[in-house]
Design a protein around this ligand. Structure first.
Ligand SMILES: Nc1nc2c(ncn2[C@@H]2O[C@H](COP(=O)(O)OP(=O)(O)O)[C@@H](O)[C@H]2O)c(=O)[nH]1
Ligand SMILES: [Mg+2]
Ligand SMILES: [Zn+2]
Length: 313
């Protein structure tokens, strides 16, 4: 790259909506997309460290110079996980600058399961993100599950929608507007269908629900940020879909359960795991009906996952 080819006043600012190995797509304020290469300086310093949602400075291109990303601007937040396989120690950034985690679960097909909600809400707490519970497929089951109503009571916002019929989508749009949201939730919950419904002209592949077990198939492969003219910006990332509590110690988990917090530090043992220890304040709260049993069960499931006992909902 020849620095004489463009002047600093030619540089613009935008946000990464898709990141590939050698190129990335940037969107500007007015929704114009530019496919850019990385300037050599950036590639050396920060190669493989860009994420969807990152704000960048870029040269939009001219007759003698292809579009180039020239700088990455400071991030306010990131969602990351350990890298795959032998690169485990290396951080993989799934999304940057996100300020809302949309936790999508189905009201039916697959059957409503509060454990998924609890896990993703814990992810939101872990990354210090606001969470929005999104109950999809209300066309199949319009009744609000009591567990979702309880979670609303402890302070999590909730919308009930149908990607199929359009119910609740306007309310969802209103809650997304002005935010940078990331879509999470188990396979088959309807994430791709919601993107298609929210973002005109988008085409995330929508999986089939397998008849045998009712679970959806994995179809999304790369993270993508979808932006609409009416101010909705939402990231679909495969890395978050199955779940993610990474780099969390067992003794940090209980604090991710928002309703457990008032009781923490009140158990007889300071290192109480709230399992079988005597005089446990959390279990006492469950026994007294102040915390519903399902919250304790999903907390135990996450502890088991961390202990390497495998993942199950
Ligand atoms: N009845 C009904 N089916 C839906 C709704 N949203 C998605 N589906 C179906 O659920 C299945 C999984 O949807 P998909 O968007 O691929 O889920 P994802 O795995 O979370 O991306 C597909 O067969 C969709 O057609 C909905 O609101 N109502
Ligand atoms: Mg999908
Ligand atoms: Zn305890």
């Amino acid at each position: 790259m020849n620095p004489d080819v463009f002047r600093s006043e030619d540089l613009r600012r935008g946000m990464l909506i898709e990141v590939q190995r050698r190129t990335a797509t940037v969107i500007d304020e007015s929704g114009v997309e530019t496919h850019c290469a990385y300037s050599p300086g950036i590639r050396l310093k920060e190669f493989s460290n860009f994420a969807v949602g990152d704000r960048v400075e870029y040269f939009p291109g001219n007759a003698s110079q292809e579009p180039l990303i020239t700088a990455i601007l400071p991030r306010v937040r990131k969602i990351s996980r350990p890298g795959p396989g032998e690169r485990h120690a290396r951080e993989l950034i799934l999304a940057a600058n996100v300020d809302l985690l949309v936790v999508t679960v189905a009201a039916a097909q697959p059957a409503f399961n509060p454990r998924f909600l609890d896990r993703y809400l814990a992810v939101a707490e872990r990354f210090d993100l606001e969470a929005l519970i999104c109950i999809n497929k209300v066309d199949l089951q319009p009744e609000l599950p009591p567990e979702a109503a309880y979670l609303e009571g402890v302070g999590y916002a909730r919308v009930s929608v149908s990607a199929e019929t359009g119910t609740g989508l306007e309310e969802l749009r209103a809650k997304l507007r002005g935010r940078l949201a990331v879509l999470s939730g188990p396979s088959g919950a309807g994430k791709s269908s919601l993107i298609r419904a929210l973002v005109p002209g988008s085409d995330p592949r929508v999986g089939e629900v397998r008849d045998s077990d009712g679970k959806g198939r994995h179809t999304t492969t790369t993270s993508h940020l979808y932006a609409t003219e009416d101010g909705v910006r939402i990231i679909d990332t495969p890395g978050l879909r199955e779940l993610g509590l990474w780099n969390v110690e067992a003794n940090e988990v209980a604090a991710l359960w928002r309703d457990f917090r008032p009781y923490l530090g009140r158990c007889r043992f300071t290192d109480c795991a709230h399992r079988t220890e005597p005089d446990c304040a959390i279990r006492a709260a469950v026994d007294a009906g102040a915390i519903p049993e399902f919250r304790l069960v999903s907390y135990y499931r996450v502890l088991e996952t961390l202990a390497g006992e495998g993942e199950r909902p």
